[in-house]
Design a protein around this ligand. Structure first.
Ligand code: DGL
Length: 278
């Protein structure tokens, strides 16, 4: 990236954020994007608050150093555990012009608008569940009208996706088990947030275990993309700092030989990446 290119940075612990990047590129193809996957240190979902914060800040700084003025944490675990501290403590010291946004708020806004029963369920990593970010944000946003009635941690789902086990008997076992656990706790859930950017890859299995067709499954990619378009419209001073040359570049902390074929599957086209050390 040359220094006069200012892509929108998109960060995830691994491949999951590509489900968000895919929608960004579809919705706003004129913008430049720089994806960073911390594949060498994934998963984040079972790591402590401090470690997720430290890794996420390293990634954000890397993206800033490579010209990004705006970074999206396309990772619920990082959004839940690191976003607020980065926004409140680190950003004021780094630059007044740069911004970091997450994926939780747009998902919560959507769920609050959609639900009729007022019962929202969340599937997420253990870290996101433990942070209680979804229940807190939803309660705040809807002024107590809507609640996350049940959260179900799905610690096996990210390894299933990262290890290309989607559709296997083992994968089906864990998806069925966790979906049953969720709906047994609250059968009135009518809106289900997939609170991890890896989970859309398991959507076919997830749909098999919904108790009825009326349950709305909230996949984040499209919602976050629409929310970003709206954000840039409302903040022309930030939009001005994002260059529009239609470029999409990829960075990974793993060997590129491992990253490229899998990322190409997610993006449905050939991906070339560069390796970075954080
Ligand atoms: N895809 C990420 C999320 O949205 C993180 C998964 C992980 O690293 O555990 O939470």
């Amino acid at each position: 990236m040359t220094s006069n290119v200012h892509p929108i940075g998109v960060f995830d612990s691994g491949y999951g954020g590509l489900t968000v990047l895919r929608e960004f590129v579809k919705t706003m193809p004129q913008y430049d994007f720089l994806y960073l996957g911390d594949n060498a240190r994934t998963p984040y979902g079972t790591r402590s608050f401090d470690v997720v914060y430290e890794y996420t800040l390293q990634a954000v700084n890397e993206l800033f150093n490579r010209g990004c003025q705006l970074v999206i944490l396309a990772c619920n675990t990082a959004s839940a555990k690191a976003l607020r501290t980065i926004q409140q403590r680190d950003l004021p010291l780094i630059s007044a012009e740069k911004r970091v946004l997450g994926v939780i708020r747009p998902s919560v806004e959507y769920a609050a608008k959609y639900t009729r029963s007022g019962h929202v369920g969340v599937l997420a990593t253990s870290g996101t569940v433990a942070s209680k970010s979804y229940p807190i944000e939803l309660e705040k946003w809807s002024e107590g009208r809507v609640k996350v009635t049940t959260q179900q941690a799905c610690p096996m789902w990210v390894p299933i996706v990262e290890n290309q086990e989607i559709g296997t008997t083992g994968a089906e076992y864990f998806v069925e088990r966790d979906m049953k656990r969720l709906f047994e706790q609250d059968p009135k859930i009518d809106t289900l947030i997939l609170g991890c950017t890896h989970y859309p890859l398991l959507i076919d299995s997830i749909r098999n275990y919904l108790p009825n067709r009326k349950v709305e499954v909230v996949e984040q990619g499209k919602i976050v993309a629409e929310s970003l378009v709206d954000y840039l419209y409302r903040h022309p001073e930030i939009d001005r700092n994002c260059t529009k040359g239609g470029m999409v570049d990829y960075l990974t902390t793993e060997q590129v030989e491992l990253f490229e074929p899998r990322a190409s599957l997610f993006m449905n086209k050939e991906v070339k990446a560069r390796k970075v050390h954080l």
